[in-house]
Design a protein around this ligand. Sequence first.
Ligand code: FE2
Length: 278
Amino acid sequence: MLSNEQREQFQSRGYLVLENVFSGQAIGSVKNAAQRIVADFDVSRHRTVFTTRDRDAGRDEYFLESAEAVHCFLEEGALDGNGDLNRPKELAINKIGHAMHDLVPAFSDFCRLPVIGQVLRDIGYHAPLLWQTMYIFKQPNIGGEVRWHQDASYLHSTRPGVTGIWIAIEEATRENGCLWMQPGQHHSPLREIYEVDWSSRTGKLQTLDDTPWTSGEAIAVEVPAGSAVLFHDHMPHFSSQNRSDRSRHAFTLHVAESGTAWGAKNWLQRPNLGSFEL
Ligand code: FE2
């Protein structure tokens, strides 16, 4: 599937863009499944907001439990001063996470599309395991900024680490909050780590290294729907707030080689669900 040039590009730049990998039907099935989850979501029971602005404070039990569940998180800007929604539920969800691949057949089917396993084998995986999935809505006008970060801060593992696959369910542009990457910066140090103290079940983001976030040139990754972006877990990446009147849905997978050891303080622990092979 991948050419030698693409493999080389992934290793040297730290990310690889594959345009138009998935059919309209395939991304439509994931989008419909996400919309069904939102339709069934009872906002009055779970008002957990997902934001990256405040160094990840406020992540609660509902967040920790989502490692092995399908939970909806709200946009910060979708709640009024009383904690009530200020817009329709369908336009208020920030993301769904993090075990749809295990628990929702449409997501399982999508993740098992042969092209995904093939691409992972092409970049060197032998037995890739899928650890986490997220469906990100980036809602029109309020879809929040995701500040510069490295995914390894949230998915601690032994090297070679985790690979992220970011799939555009809708077109991503500068206006609606596309990804930004820094070619070559996947070799830069891990700046932060988010660790959970399991006795109190609280998480904390700590600084490990003061290297500036934008030490490299930032590239806007504008892609059509159905495209995929693969990236290393040390690659600094960012997406701005969606200031347009169009949503920018994306579906992400995080994958590690079978046998990769996971940190005990990692927020993502899957004692009950086991392995999902790709
Ligand atoms: Fe990320």
